[in-house]
Design a protein around this ligand. Structure first.
Ligand code: H79
Length: 452
């Protein structure tokens, strides 16, 4: 569990980076990254991750109780028996779409199959699936229909590790002994075929799939990822793919932490341990070096529903997280683990509502923006959209806010909180903005700066 303590500290990194202002790209820097396939994703910024399966019945983490059994108090046999009781009678995909809309989340990623191998869709190639539970209906189908009806972009989390498939591992052993898979056995190719068939189901039966979110854990080369990337693109040309099947593909996925500076293409953040290989560069990289990325994070400390985990991040932490991520050009994929009855627990709902309230006022500084031209400042973060620069003030200063090295001519400054223009003075050296004494927003107050 110590990984989480470290990650939480990294998460709260507001203001720790050394002040550094490197060269200023033109405000249109983001535009040169333009790529039709990723445009919606880059604009969306904020998504809802959903980790759901029969594991939610036991208030344990998804899949890990059978991989690392010591700390969860459930045996593999009992874990395996959970589907027999899975019957989420209150499940309503519209409730999730409503909550995502309230929070300001612009896309969803849903666990179609986690490492345990249980399928939340009606796959023709296994019996270990949602249609063989008391609930009996295809939850992925219900969700994808609702998302299509309501224009909510939907992506599928699909775990390459599959502890239930006899081609993946010798299933006569306990999962804890071979959960990394056994690619050395002749049966391995039957597992890759199973993946091919299931990905084909997911990409042909459920409408538009905006993302395939692989979660390949360790030794990802064993999946022969290029084969699946080709398959996905053959079936749906525009589907984005993350970086956890041994290839960077479209974007990298720091898990449970926010990189402290802007990710570039020479730095890898793939893999289950979310390690950053190589130091991140500080400052602002040339647009062509920018690496598209998405931080995924839990609201408490478990991906799955866990009634015992009360270690919730505050709404303010989460808003600041969204600001941190956006200021470095990334997306924030915030997780909910639905209850076994299919509802989102009230503690999560409250936080999603609070984020949504902040976004209702400040959303224009988030959506459609890219990393700002000033990085590493203590008091504020920046994002940019066309000729508009946004200053997210995380520590409200007592003196006028001083911004140095801003090369564009400032036309106006106003607070998004009240749309009132603020007095400012621009010289060759700096821009000084006179702020009200009190921060208008206790979370993060945002200034919009219109430039020539
Ligand atoms: O699906 C979620 C996790 O199950 C999966 N990726 C996200 C999106 C994941 N794969 N690897 N890891 C997370 C990192 C491994 C963390 C661990 Fe642990 C530390 C495994 C065992 C100790 C977290 C804490 C899981 C169990 C306890």
């Amino acid at each position: 569990m110590s990984a989480y303590i470290l990650n939480r500290r990294q998460f709260l990194n507001v203001g720790l980076a050394a002040a550094s202002v490197s060269f200023l790209p033109s405000f249109a820097a983001g535009e040169s990254l333009a790529d039709e396939r990723t445009a919606w994703f880059r604009a969306a910024k904020f998504g809802m991750f959903i980790h759901w399966g029969p594991y939610s019945l036991a208030s344990v983490e998804a899949s890990w109780p059978i991989m690392k059994p010591d700390s969860w108090g459930i045996s593999e046999t009992d874990y395996r028996a959970l589907p027999k009781r899975f019957n989420p009678t209150k499940w309503d995909p519209d409730h999730f779409i409503d909550m995502a809309r309230i929070a300001g989340q612009k896309y969803m990623v849903f666990t179609t199959k986690h490492h345990d191998g249980f399928c939340m869709f009606d796959s023709s190639y296994t019996d270990y699936k949602i249609t063989n539970t008391p609930y009996g209906k295809d939850i992925v189908k219900q969700l994808s229909d609702a998302c299509a009806r309501r224009d909510m972009p939907l992506g599928f989390y699909y775990s390459p590790p599959d502890l239930n498939h006899p081609g993946f591992r010798d299933t006569s052993k306990l999962s804890k002994d071979n959960w990394n898979g056994q690619p050395e056995r002749y049966l391995w190719s039957s597992y890759l075929d199973y993946m091919r068939l299931q990905l084909t189901e997911l990409l042909t039966r459920y409408g538009d799939v905006k993302v395939i979110w692989f979660d390949g854990l360790y030794h990802q080369e064993k999946y022969d990822g290029q084969r699946f990337l080709d398959l996905i693109h053959k079936l749906q040309r525009t589907t984005l793919v993350n970086d956890r099947i041994g290839l960077t593909a479209d974007y990298v996925t720091p898990e449970q932490f926010i990189p402290t500076s802007i990710p570039t293409k020479d730095v890898h953040m793939r893999g289950a341990d979310s390690s950053i290989q190589k130091e991140l560069r500080t400052g602002v990289p040339p647009a062509a070096d920018f690496q598209l990325w998405e931080t995924c994070m839990t609201i408490n400390q478990t991906w799955a529903y866990n009634a015992h985990d009360h270690n919730y991040k505050s709404a303010s932490d989460l808003i600041r997280g969204l600001v941190e991520v956006t200021s470095r050009g990334g997306n924030f994929l915030l997780n909910v683990g639905p209850q076994p009855d299919g509802m989102i627990q009230p503690e999560f709902q409250e936080r999603l509502e609070a984020i949504g309230k902040w976004i209702a006022v400040n959303g224009e500084s988030i959506y459609g923006t890219t990393f700002g031209p000033i990085q590493g400042e203590k008091n504020y973060r920046t994002t940019v959209k066309g000729s508009d620069l946004y200053i997210h003030v995380v520590e409200w200063p007592l003196t006028p806010l001083r911004i140095t090295d801003l090369k564009s001519k400032v036309l106006s400054v106003h607070l998004l909180a009240d749309n009132q223009p603020l007095p400012f003075k621009q010289t060759e050296r700096d821009l000084q903005i006179t702020l009200p004494q009190e921060a208008p927003d206790k979370n993060v107050s945002v200034l919009s700066i219109r430039t020539l």
